[in-house]
Design a protein around this ligand. Structure first.
Ligand code: 4NP
Length: 161
């Protein structure tokens, strides 16, 4: 399949999902997959629309070389995103409930992102918003593992490798 569309979703679209987008964009850049994927992120909530990612997420991402983070701007998840994306990757159970509501119960394309992080990974990416720097680093550890697993999955899907 060409042009697989991937949407990362969290609550505010300023911490977890833009970090996921930045990490994934970084890992895909320069690979055979680069021109075969559409990558985006959104938040279920409206509060931060138009804003840059949280400065703590930016700092944590930049420390690891994910410079893609700085250009991102928050947007809110829309009902039509259900049709416009193939993979809708959420972070926690609150996202699950909110997306279910926004998509009128159709969760056929929705997965927990950490399903791609391996059997030992937790199910949810904890919301770091009200926590400290350590939570942002832990968030990145989880997201990097999931991004690697997703890349592997997509390579198999596209190249039947
Ligand atoms: P995110 O984190 O969902 O990972 O972007 C949050 C950002 C903002 C809020 C909650 C979570 N907030 O309540 O404003």
């Amino acid at each position: 399949m060409n042009n697989i569309r991937i949407l990362f979703v969290c609550l505010g679209n300023i911490c977890r999902s833009p970090s996921s987008e930045a990490i994934f964009r970084h890992k895909v850049a320069g690979t055979d997959l680069e021109n075969k994927l559409t990558i985006d992120s959104a938040g279920t909530g409206p509060w931060h629309v138009g804003k840059a990612p949280d400065i703590r997420a930016q700092t944590a991402c930049l420390k690891r070389g994910y410079t893609e983070i700085t250009a991102l701007r928050a947007r809110q998840l829309q009902p039509e995103d259900k049709d416009n994306f193939d993979y809708i990757l959420i972070m926690d159970d609150r996202n699950y409930n909110d997306v279910q509501e926004r998509f009128n119960g159709d969760l056929s394309k929705v997965r927990f992102f950490l399903e791609y992080a391996g059997d030992d990974a937790p199910k949810y990416v904890p919301d770091p918003y009200y926590k400290g720097e350590e939570s942002f680093n832990y968030m990145l550890d989880l997201l990097e593992a999931a991004a690697d697993g997703l890349l592997e999955h997509l390579n198999k899907e596209i190249y039947h490798a």
